[in-house]
Write a protein that binds this ligand. Structure first.
Ligand code: NDP
Ligand code: X2W
Length: 337
């Protein structure tokens, strides 16, 4: 058995991690942490997340800043379900002990520090740690994940977008003189637990946001090796992301080429299901799967790919555990299906 802790356990992705790890055959969740000044400190997990009553009754411990460095030797796996700024500031102190760190935030997902000033609003202070980070898109980077000391788990929109785009890019099927276009809609849980007017039930109405400047654009572009036009939308539902990619293929590319690209990428990947029809959110919500469907028009040489995930699971917590399984030499689906 491996021991694990979660930092940020009072939030939405924290709750999903608690649920998965509590039921995992090879991980033992021994500690759940919240911030020093958290309103939830000393409460039980099951008081803060009543859906976890009977699944986890651990208390939420306040993690004092003076204690952060010491947890690196207390656990085999540390899961950070914390804001980007917390992970940025404190992840380096958690390294070089026995723990492998799985960071759900965006703080270590990109090698270029400039991106953080432009898209995250802070100057990155740990360029060396950044350069050594392993990107946690499980289906594409498992060789690196197997040896990682810390994994920057892929973002939610990037997971949906890259799983749709990468088979086409890696097989050199696209005419990239015309930029791939990705339109994606997320449920409100993507914005986290903290209340805000823009994500309140009364205010939400399907709308594009972050147009041409969302922080997931550089993340998608970096791992797809191509510029894209990415437009996120906020939908009036709780969970899930549906992403639709539209791109032009090189001349001569056939439907069979596209089918082969998706089959060779995912035939042996149990958590990506390539479908004969377009996926829908209901089929992936509360699951660790990404469903993918596509259509191709040979006259226009145009391919449309749709992917669907649960943003809190394949877009965050279940993918973090999938990466942890890979890192610990366990079957990648252990505790997930
Ligand atoms: N929601 C989503 O769909 C996805 C989220 N992510 C990323 O995962 C991370 C968590 O997201 P999410 O769960 O949605 O966010 P939430 O806002 O729901 O939860 C974040 C939690 O972090 C805790 N926290 C804040 N500051 C600190 C601190 N200094 N020390 C310890 N804990 C702290 C807060 O709890 P308290 O105040 O009680 O300490 C809060 O409950 C973020 O980086 C987000 O970008 C990634 C992919 C998808
Ligand atoms: C609906 C909504 O607000 N979604 C969030 C993305 C979710 C998230 O937390 O982003 P990471 O995957 O980078 O951690 C946003 O657009 O900022």
């Amino acid at each position: 058995m491996f021991t694990a802790c979660i930092v940020g356990a009072s939030g939405y992705t924290g709750a999903e991690l608690i649920k998965i790890i509590s039921q995992h055959p090879q991980l033992t969740l021994t500690h759940c942490f919240v911030s020093e000044n958290s309103q939830y400190q000393s409460m039980l997990v099951s008081d803060v997340h009543p859906q976890l009553s009977g699944i986890c009754d651990l208390p939420l411990h306040a993690l004092a800043s003076t204690h952060i460095a010491s947890i690196r030797n207390d656990f085999d796996a540390i899961f950070l379900a914390t804001p980007h700024e917390f992970s940025h500031d404190h992840l380096p102190a958690m390294l070089n002990g026995k723990a492998v760190v799985f960071d759900l935030s965006g703080a270590y997902r990109l090698p270029n520090t400039q991106v953080f000033e432009t898209f995250y609003g802070f100057a990155h202070q740990h360029p060396h740690t950044l350069k050594k980070a392993v990107y946690g898109l499980a289906e594409w980077y498992s060789d690196n994940i197997k040896m990682a000391q810390y994994v920057a788990v892929a973002g939610c929109y990037p997971t949906a977008s890259l799983l749709a785009l990468k088979p086409l890019i890696e097989n050199d099927l696209l005419d990239l003189s015309k930029l791939p276009v990705i339109n994606a809609t997320s449920g409100v849980s993507g914005a986290g637990k903290k209340a805000s007017a823009t994500t309140s039930f009364y205010e939400v109405s399907l709308q594009a946001y972050g147009v041409l400047n969302h922080r997931h654009t550089p993340e998608i572009e970096n791992y797809a090796n191509t510029p894209v036009i990415f437009t996120p939308h906020l939908g009036g539902f709780k969970r899930g992301i549906l992403a639709t990619l539209t791109a032009f293929t090189k001349s001569g590319v056939s439907l069979r080429d596209i089918q082969n690209a998706f089959d060779s990428a995912y035939a042996h990947q149990p958590l990506v299901r390539v479908k004969d029809s377009m996926p829908k959110l209901d089929h992936v919500i509360h699951t660790p799967f990404c469903d993918i469907g596509f259509a191709f028009d040979p006259t226009k040489q145009c391919v449309v790919v749709t992917s669907a995930i649960d943003n809190l699971l394949k877009g965050a917590s279940s993918q973090a555990v999938q990466c942890c399984n890979i890192r610990l030499g366990l079957p990648q689906t252990m505790g997930l299906i």
